[in-house]
Design a protein around this ligand. Structure first.
Ligand SMILES: Cc1ncc(C[n+]2csc(CCOP(=O)(O)OP(=O)(O)O)c2C)c(N)n1
Ligand code: SF4
Length: 283
């Protein structure tokens, strides 16, 4: 397959003449994710009318606004419920859901684990900047213990959720992780998720200097990017490391890839059975 040039992708896939400049802070990782996502969409061979983008509320939730496909910017924590409805009524669409860690794991945590359990054929992109970025840097379920936030001035006292591990345990078909520093890997993983049948989760570690880095006395967004570069270890290498060596780092790449029965197939069977019984006057 020919990979289109970046310029072609930008002109074809972004609402470049309508929605820009974007709202994100300088140094935010969301622009890098946006670039990687549209390049992966272009490389997937899908046309724009075959894709739907869904998001909740938050800085990450703004992302679909910039992409020139059918998109819906819904309510905080409920993006997966809208995406489920879209997929059930239009199964031919590739439905991509973009959420922040607060959106996906706090208010929307319930929906995330059940979407994974059902193995709905959706792509969930969870941007983990370890904080509630849009609302000013409150702690989220992925804020590391000890970190300072506007709601944990003396250091956060809760342990953090591992998004990828939660989704893997809940039953997702594909679970992958990258950072916005590792952009080539991110693009490849997004493409793999787009092509996977079943519930695919891509966790994207991304810096929020404005509302997380500054509170934790990091000198700049560049320092945060360097930290992501060092913390993200390819999973093949990470598996060979000892517990001590793993401290402070996380694995990158495909963490789970399995074929599982999907909700859509079972749902179609139920619809067929119901239609048959109705036509026979049995219900
Ligand atoms: C039902 C509801 N509760 C709370 C809010 C306020 N709110 C808007 S964005 C947000 C947090 C966003 O954090 P996250 O999902 O991590 O995304 P980020 O902004 O960091 O990308 C919250 C709490 C809301 N809009 N709706
Ligand atoms: S507040 Fe944080 S997450 Fe939101 S745009 Fe700024 S840097 Fe990005």
């Amino acid at each position: 397959m020919t990979v289109p040039s970046t310029q072609t992708v930008v002109y074809e896939w972004l609402r470049h003449d309508k929605k820009f400049p974007h709202v994100w802070c300088p140094g935010c990782g969301l622009g890098i994710l946006l670039g990687a996502l549209v390049r992966a969409l272009a490389a997937s061979g899908l046309t724009k009318d075959q894709v739907a983008l869904v998001s909740g509320i938050g800085c990450a939730g703004r992302l679909p606004v910039y992409v020139d496909v059918g998109s819906i910017h819904t309510t905080h924590g409920r993006a997966l419920t809208f995406a489920t409805g879209i997929k059930l009524s239009k199964p031919e669409l590739t439905v991509v859901v973009v959420m922040g860690d607060g959106d996906a794991m706090a208010i929307g945590g319930n929906h995330l684990i059940h979407a994974a359990r059902r193995n709905l054929d959706l792509v969930a992109v969870v941007v983990n900047n370890r904080t509630f970025g849009m609302t000013g840097g409150q702690f989220s379920p992925t804020t590391p213990m000890g970190a300072k936030t506007t709601t944990a001035l003396y250091g956060h006292i809760e342990p953090e959720f591992d998004i990828a591990a939660v989704c893997a345990t809940a039953g997702a078909a594909l679970v992958a992780r990258s950072t916005v520093y590792h952009v080539d890997r991110l693009e490849r993983l997004l493409l793999q998720a787009l092509q996977k049948k079943g519930f695919s989760v891509v966790e994207v570690m991304s810096p929020c200097y404005t509302n997380f880095g500054r509170q934790n006395l990091m000198a700049s967004h560049v320092v945060m990017m360097k930290q992501l570069k060092e913390q993200g270890i390819p999973v093949e290498r990470w598996q060979k490391m000892s517990e001590i060596e793993r401290r402070g780092s996380f694995p990158l790449g495909v963490l789970v890839d399995r074929d599982l029965p999907g909700y859509l197939d079972s749902y179609r069977e139920v619809c067929k059975t119901a239609a048959k019984l109705r036509s026979e006057g049995k219900i």
